[in-house]
Each structure stands twice: as structure tokens, then as C-alpha cells.
Design a protein around this ligand. Structure first.
Ligand code: SF4
Length: 74
């Protein structure tokens, strides 16, 4: 079974920093523009709840968590 995968669209990110505050093990911000940096495209199980919360609080919809669907190839 494949793991949930995160995506981060830096073109949509407005640098609000909610993701890095909510899930600091998964997201960071670049020091120049403050735009999102994805530290783990496939977050370990221990960080998935925080990653989901970060997706929920992002004001620009720049980050998403793609849950594996039945029938997906690994
Ligand atoms: S919460 Fe959203 S808008 Fe803010 S830094 Fe993270 S990805 Fe960008």
C-alpha cells in the first residue's frame, strides 16, 4: 500500500507560515521569500496528523495531501 503524498505549490503560497508552525517536521519556509518548503513528500505516520492539520489551516490552498486510493499501484 502506498503512503499519502504531499504536494506544495510555491506559486500559490503566500508565505503565511501556518504550515511550518503546525507541522514543523514536514514543512519549512525558505529564508528569502518565506515560501513553503516541503521537507517530506511522504510524511512518516507520526507526522501525518500534523500534516493534515497544516493542509486545513493553509490560507491559500497551496498544500495538499493525496491519500492513496484503492487500486493505486504502490
Ligand atoms: S500555510 Fe500555505 S500559504 Fe502559508 S507558508 Fe504554508 S503553504 Fe504557504
Amino acid at each position: 500500500m502506498s503512503a499519502p503524498r504531499l504536494s506544495a505549490d510555491r506559486a500559490r503560497c503566500i508565505g503565511a507560515g501556518m504550515c511550518a508552525m503546525t507541522a514543523p517536521d514536514v514543512f519549512d519556509q525558505d529564508p528569502d521569500e518565506g515560501l513553503v518548503l516541503l521537507l517530506h513528500a511522504e510524511p512518516p505516520a507520526a507526522h501525518r496528523t500534523a500534516a493534515r492539520m497544516a493542509v486545513g489551516v493553509c490560507p491559500s490552498g497551496a498544500i495538499a495531501l493525496h491519500e492513496p486510493q484503492p487500486g493505486d499501484l504502490a
